[in-house]
Design a protein around this ligand. Structure first.
Ligand SMILES: [Zn+2]
Length: 414
């Protein structure tokens, strides 16, 4: 596995990047192994967050080779989460309406995963083409009738699509702009693929939500970029694309969908864009002090958690985790709870029965909560905390306590 350090900003190539939020080295999250020994072999890599002093972009600079991050055992599937399926249904319906798409228009998706979103456009009569590097998951998309090119999206792939299908009325890239290192090559490829009246739409987690709600769990190695609108506006202009609309939502604790048009496309600039740019400017969103404030909040969370763990361990109580999500590994590493969690409960078919990356914590099915009866369960899949508590009433009734660490330490019932 290769780890390398980027020395210039991912968006503007400026070498003036400063460390604003140092984080503890963290095991590469989405790797589960059949034995504890194998799991403990997964290396820990820095998650330090940097800020470009030139364009303000917040980013990770320590890069794990993408072929390691997104290889055959990459297990994230859009179609596995009900909330995500519903989100994509709305996403496609809104885009179809707002952009005035028609039957026969080409919709291309960069990072099309299992084809969940593209199948929504296909159902409306669009021609669709996906590109995704995770081969197993791309095969699943093909099996459901979504034509998919297996590999990374490059300007060459854009040419290949253009030659076979023509130019795209819409190019979507959800999370890809957060999860890819070479954004310049991807943006160039997209600009080449877009029709003269085409639109590029992408969804990423929004750095304002990460900072405001202390979304520690959104920080992991596949997540290279923590986007704001202002740096993206400057960046996309270099490729002849102009932002004209943004929409925030609560996916992953706070995401933003940005729409950019080809320079020649007719879409007018929406008030949503001017308003958010004004807000980013007035709140100093990408300033050094905003990010240092976030780092300070994290230090406080860590102190609270360590204090809690020390107290209950002294009382001889047992602690487990719930949710083998990617976010969980970051929480475990940053809050230093790897040694105190006896097991993690999760029903994910690729994770239950295996061991977590780095820490080697066993993952059991949730049906085992009743037999193992831990005194405290720390919710690692922080986004779903309410749902998790509501769907496991027997644990609370039997005297168990749920613990959420983000945005602050809370024990339910107290
Ligand atoms: Zn920059």
């Amino acid at each position: 596995m290769n780890i390398r350090k980027r020395t210039v900003c991912r968006l503007c190539d400026s070498p003036a990047v400063e460390l604003v939020c140092p984080l503890k080295p963290t095991p590469i999250a989405e790797k589960y192994r059949r034995t504890r020994e194998d799991a403990q072999q997964i290396p820990s890599v820095s998650l330090d967050m940097y800020r470009c002093t030139s364009c303000g972009h917040v980013q990770l600079l320590d890069l794990v080779d993408s072929s390691f991050l997104f290889d055959v055992d990459y297990t994230y599937r859009s179609g596995q989460t009900k909330g995500i399926i519903e989100h994509f249904q709305k996403y496609a319906a809104d885009a179809w309406e707002r952009l005035g798409l028609k039957e026969g228009d080409l919709v291309a998706e960069v990072g099309s995963n299992d084809g969940t979103l593209l199948s929504e456009f296909k159902a409306r009569g669009a021609r669709v083409i996906g590109v995704d590097p995770a081969s197993t998951i791309a095969q699943e998309a093909i099996a459901r009738g979504v034509e998919t090119i297996t590999g990374f999206f490059t300007p060459e792939v854009a040419e290949q699509i253009k030659a076979k299908h023509g130019k795209a009325k819409l190019v979507v890239a959800n999370n890809v702009f957060a999860h890819a290192d070479d954004l310049q090559s991807i943006a160039y490829g997209i600009s080449q693929l877009l029709a003269e009246d085409g639109v590029f739409m992408f969804e990423v987690s929004y750095v304002k939500d990460v900072l405001d709600h202390c979304l520690l769990g959104t920080i992991f190695h596949e997540h290279f970029s923590y986007h704001a609108v202002m740096p993206m506006q400057t960046f996309l202009r270099r490729y002849g694309m102009e932002l004209f609309h943004v929409e925030r939502n609560t996916i992953q604790g706070g995401s933003i969908i940005m729409s950019a048009r080809a320079a020649t496309a007719p879409h007018a600039t929406d008030a949503s864009l001017t308003e958010i740019l004004a807000m980013e400017e007035s709140t100093g969103l990408n300033s050094r002090s905003a990010l240092e404030g976030f780092a300070e909040k994290l230090r406080k969370l860590e102190e609270q958690t360590i204090e809690f763990v020390r107290r209950v361990k002294k009382e001889g109580k047992t602690i487990a985790g719930f949710g083998a999500a990617r976010s969980g590994t970051t929480l475990i590493a940053q809050l230093e709870i790897g040694d105190v969690i006896d097991c993690i409960f999760d029903d994910h078919p690729d994770k239950a029965g295996k061991y977590s990356a780095g820490f080697g914590i066993p993952v059991y099915k949730t049906s085992e909560i009743a037999t193992r009866k831990p005194d405290y369960i720390i919710i690692l899949a922080w986004v779903f905390a309410k749902k998790i508590m509501a769907s496991n009433p027997a644990y609370t009734e039997g005297g168990g306590h749920w613990v959420t660490c983000v945005p602050e330490l809370q024990i339910t019932p107290p």
